[in-house]
Design a protein around this ligand. Structure first.
Ligand SMILES: O=C(O)C(=O)C[C@]1(C(=O)O)C=C[C@@H](O)C=C1
Length: 186
């Protein structure tokens, strides 16, 4: 039997986008779902920020991280950044659509279905955090790999300023010791 490549990647893709390519692709995918979330809320009474839903997302992360033998606190920190990134997108799009109503979406996707998609992405992202545990543990290698993966992902996906800003907000907790504290070093 052939050894399987890590989830969602091929050897070729890994070579060109680096070892954090698949993780970064999922981060970008989640950022793009933020566009759909914004479209589901714009022009309704639903606010961008939903603290109850955030707690549900993070509780799920904590539970699944523990089951996968990932550090639950580190996983939660990573997902806090994903939520921040989603809010960067949503706020930016609300501002854009308010200033230019002709750019506002004309259909309103269902938030319940979007959240099911986000839940599936949670599982996929946690699997990639697990797959990349060793490189993320090496600060220098990790920051080099992260720079490579985010630059190539942003350009391939043709991310605009707003979505690049969101990508930046989504990635500070990818590499361990990002905070520089002794607890992070273990
Ligand atoms: O589910 C929502 O309503 C979202 O806006 C998505 C999301 C997230 O990224 O998971 C972001 C902001 C909200 O405060 C809650 C959750």
């Amino acid at each position: 039997a052939v050894a399987p490549a890590s989830a969602g990647s091929s050897v070729e893709a890994t070579a060109s986008r680096g070892r954090l390519g698949p993780l970064t692709d999922l981060v970008i995918e989640r950022i793009r779902v933020g566009d759909d979330v914004a479209a589901s809320k714009f022009g309704t009474d639903s606010p961008i920020e939903d603290p109850v839903r955030e707690q549900q997302v993070l509780a799920q992360v904590r539970k699944q991280a523990a089951a996968a033998e990932l550090d639950p606190d580190a996983a939660v920190a990573f997902f806090r950044d994903q939520i921040t990134a989603s809010k960067v997108v949503q706020k930016g799009l609300f501002a854009r659509w308010t200033a230019h109503p002709q750019e506002a979406p004309t259909t309103r996707p269902d938030l319940g279905q979007i959240r099911e998609r986000l839940d599936r992405l949670t599982t996929d992202l946690l699997a990639e955090l697990k797959n990349t545990e060793r490189v993320r543990d090496r600060p220098v290698a990790c920051s080099v790999q992260l720079a490579l993966a985010t630059a190539s992902g942003a350009s391939r996906e043709r991310l605009d300023r707003l979505h690049r800003q969101a990508l930046k907000a989504a990635t500070p907790s990818v590499c361990r010791t990002g905070e520089g504290g002794p607890a992070a070093r273990r």
